[in-house]
Design a binder for this molecule. Structure first.
Ligand SMILES: Nc1ncnc2c1ncn2[C@@H]1O[C@H](COP(=O)(O)OP(=O)(O)OP(=O)(O)O)[C@@H](O)[C@H]1O
Ligand SMILES: [Mg+2]
Length: 353
């Protein structure tokens, strides 16, 4: 039998479809009590990975387990894992309640559970409406209700925010968070848009071309974000020199005549400029946002086809964001952030923009 841990383990998982390496040596662990985002651009291998986890696709190599077992060995899997994958169909002429009752019977839960889960996903008032007339967002909710029928310990949702309006996303976030945190369940949600799930997730696994680019708490990725100050001085070269003389190393002139400084505050820079007698006409603080980092971590997805690894355009992670060491054997090996050191200079240095 399974170990009841609620843990998802993906280890050295690969899937090849003919010439396409959809997933390559992917490893990560998802623990109960938090919501994990599984992120990557279109075609990155998210759905393929989730399908392998759910026993719908046979891996070329590697393993994916839930509660220590492959899906096929879970006994009554609907009691352990509920899932919503892409393009789930409903019988259009069936009411939401009847749809759920059919599934409830199939997994051996009582009929009344249909109304319970409709209430949970906010579709109670639409129980007698035909699913064929549902909006995309309502269909997402009905699919989630179906996944919840067996009161599963683990929830796996593929792009659950698709079709949801902002209110729906907020609702989903609150629902999944309390499902994961208060009830100590495991929730894994995929998305190709970081900003759609950013508010929803605690941990993140970022993949591109079937390969892991980052794996760890979202908070650490956030803390790894850097800021810089753009200074507009009367004499850029003199300011660079003055700052360097004061030990500020992460300094570089920009093509538009300004000076980019990382690792120093506006006040520190202002003091150095004043002491050196350099007039400053303006200073602007800039933050590297999470979205840009996601883009940098996953860029190159379409640049060179699927065959090569590392992808031709992949120059390693963006400076300051080293990749996770694999394979992980538990949560203690999650990546440690924030990064620091000389790489930061590279990140902001030079005429990159
Ligand atoms: N059954 C299949 N036969 C052949 N190729 C496939 C099959 N399923 C997936 N692929 C290929 O595997 C790669 C990964 O596809 P996958 O659907 O897993 O990506 P995804 O990350 O879910 O993308 P999206 O964000 O668009 O949903 C793609 O190149 C896709 O064309
Ligand atoms: Mg997909």
């Amino acid at each position: 039998m399974h170990d009841g841990s609620g843990r998802i383990v993906v280890q050295n998982l690969s899937k090849r479809f003919g010439a396409v390496n959809a997933v390559q040596d992917l490893s990560f662990t998802v623990e109960p009590g938090s919501v994990t985002g599984f992120l990557g651009p279109n075609g990155a291998g998210k759905t393929t990975t989730l399908r392998m986890l759910l026993g719908l696709v046979t891996p070329t190599s590697g393993v994916a387990t839930i509660n220590g077992r492959p899906h096929s060995q879970l006994g009554n899997p609907a009691r352990v894992v509920g899932s919503v994958l892409e393009n789930e169909g409903f019988h259009p002429g069936r009411t939401a309640r009847n749809h759920l009752r059919v599934y409830a019977a199939a997994i051996g839960v009582p009929d009344r559970r249909a109304d319970e889960v409709l209430g949970l996903v906010g579709l109670g008032s639409a129980a007698d409406r035909k699913a064929g007339g549902f909006s995309l967002g309502m269909r997402q909710r009905l699919a989630l209700a179906t996944a919840l029928l067996g009161d599963p310990q683990v929830l796996v949702l593929d792009e659950p925010t698709n079709g949801l309006d902002p209110e729906g996303i907020l609702w989903l976030r609150n629902f999944l968070r309390s499902y994961a945190r208060e009830q100590r369940r495991t929730v894994l949600v995929s998305s190709h848009l970081l900003n759609e799930v950013e508010q929803l997730i605690d941990q993140v696994v970022i993949i591109s071309q079937g390969v892991t680019r980052y794996y760890g708490p979202l908070e650490q990725l956030r803390r790894g974000q850097q800021s810089r100050v753009l200074v507009q001085p009367a004499d850029p070269a003199a300011l660079v020199k003055a700052l360097q003389e004061q030990g500020v190393q992460q300094v570089s002139p920009t093509p538009d005549g300004r000076v980019a400084v990382a690792g120093s505050s506006v006040q520190q820079i202002g003091d150095v400029a004043a002491k050196a007698g350099i007039a400053v006409y303006g200073m602007q603080e800039e933050h590297a946002d999470l979205e840009r980092m996601f883009f940098q971590l996953t860029q190159g997805q379409y640049a060179g086809g699927q065959a090569g690894y590392p992808p031709p355009q992949y120059q390693g992670p963006p400076p300051g964001y080293p990749p996770q060491q694999f394979p992980p054997s538990g949560p203690q090996q999650q990546q440690q952030y924030p990064p620091s050191g000389p790489q930061q200079q590279q990140y902001w240095g030079g005429p990159q923009r």
